[in-house]
Design a protein around this ligand. Structure first.
Ligand SMILES: [Zn+2]
Length: 128
């Protein structure tokens, strides 16, 4: 059985569904995926890179969306330094926490978009 087409992998991944079978419910909780898909058994927990990549993207987004604008406001004397520091710390944490599942979905999508052969049942590709 061939892997799903790229458009299917993208639409499933970006909506939080299993990229292999399309089942919803990949998340154990807000910050963690299940070890595997409940329906098809696609392994999700083995890829620690999903979490490392999410953290890296979170840092970059926090710099672009929160820290640079706050620095601009502090430099132009719109807000004080300590208010800027407080907003920078709190805003970065809230931003990363709020979008964490979306970043995980995006990383899963990109991962399986470039490795669709991993979505094929292991019984069928015994040549590897
Ligand atoms: Zn599945």
């Amino acid at each position: 059985m061939p892997p799903p087409p790229s458009s299917e992998i993208i639409s499933r991944g970006l909506t939080g569904c299993c990229p292999k079978c399309g089942t919803r419910g990949l998340f154990r909780h807000w910050f963690r995926l299940h070890e595997s898909c409940n329906k098809c058994g696609l392994s999700l927990g083995k890829e620690d890179g999903f979490y490392l990549g999410t953290t890296s993207i979170g840092y970059v987004l926090a710099i672009i969306v929160v820290l640079i604008p706050v620095c601009f406001l502090v430099v132009t004397d719109v807000i004080g330094v300590w208010l800027g520091v407080s907003i920078g710390i709190f805003g970065s944490l809230v931003l990363v926490a709020a979008i964490y599942p979306a970043m995980l979905c995006a990383l899963i999508t990109v991962y399986y978009l470039f490795r669709p052969q991993e979505l094929v049942d292991s019984q069928n590709d015994s040549s590897d």
